[in-house]
Every structure is written in C-alpha cells, then in structure tokens.
Design a protein around this ligand. Structure first.
Ligand code: NI
Length: 135
C-alpha cells in the first residue's frame, strides 16, 4: 500500500516564450502569440504530491501545514505576480515554458522535502494544459 498526500496552490505570473538565440521570425514561428514582445499572463495551479509511510504517532505522512509553508516560501512567494523572464533568480536564462518551470520547481521542492518524499508535481498553466513530473 502506498499513501500520497497532495497540496494544491496557485500563483499568477507573466511570461514570454522566447529564445534569445533565434530571430524574431523564428520565435514567432515556433512559439506563436506566446512570443509576443510584451508578454502575457497565466493563473498557474501547482499540485505537489508527497508519498511515504504514515507515521504511527501522528497518523500523517507529512504535516500539511509545514508542506504548505515550504511551497509558499520556496515557490509561491518567489513566483506570484512576477515576470518569469526577468524577475526570478532561479529562472535566469530559462525559457519559461511549463515544462521548464515545472522542472525548476521539482528541483527546489525535492531538495527541501528530501528523502525522496516528493513523488509528483503537476503544474497547470491553463485549464487545458498541464505538465507532470514524477519520480
Ligand atoms: Ni504562456
């Protein structure tokens, strides 16, 4: 038996999909309107899942309050209402696609939770598009 707890949190951020090594024309042809020079925004939904043994004394895998605190401090506070191309230290030089953003979020949360507890993250960029990373 495997037990997983899941925490869902949201943030809003702006971005532009743009590869600086390409011409404007190539960026437009690959990324379409997502590459418009002045950017656009998304209401992101991040779901974080932790899997592990249920502690006999607490009845929990992880305290959801401390799980929320970690996600809030390490991810949400740094991304919410920011421009992902320019305002976030850990995204410098990263094309802020949902795939790349999810990979960076995974690395940060994996180092914070440790012990291979982090089992999956799902990052929704819109109602219809999401990226999932599993251990
Ligand atoms: Ni976008």
């Amino acid at each position: 038996m495997k037990t997983t707890v899941s925490k869902r949190m949201t943030f809003c951020a702006g971005h532009r999909l743009y590869n600086p090594e390409w011409s404007e024309e190539k960026n437009q042809s690959v990324f379409g309107p997502c590459s418009n020079p002045n950017g656009h925004g998304h209401n992101y939904v991040l779901e974080v899942q932790v899997t592990g043994p249920v502690d006999a004394a607490t009845g929990m895998i992880i305290n959801l309050k401390s799980m929320k605190q970690v996600i809030q401090q390490e991810i949400i506070d740094k991304l919410d209402h920011q421009n992902l191309n320019s305002d976030v230290d850990f995204l410098k030089g990263v094309i802020p696609t949902t795939e790349n953003l999810a990979a960076v979020i995974w690395e940060i949360l994996d180092s914070k939770f440790g012990g291979e507890m982090l089992s999956r993250i799902i990052l929704w960029e819109s109602e219809n598009n999401h990226v999932e990373i599993c251990r």
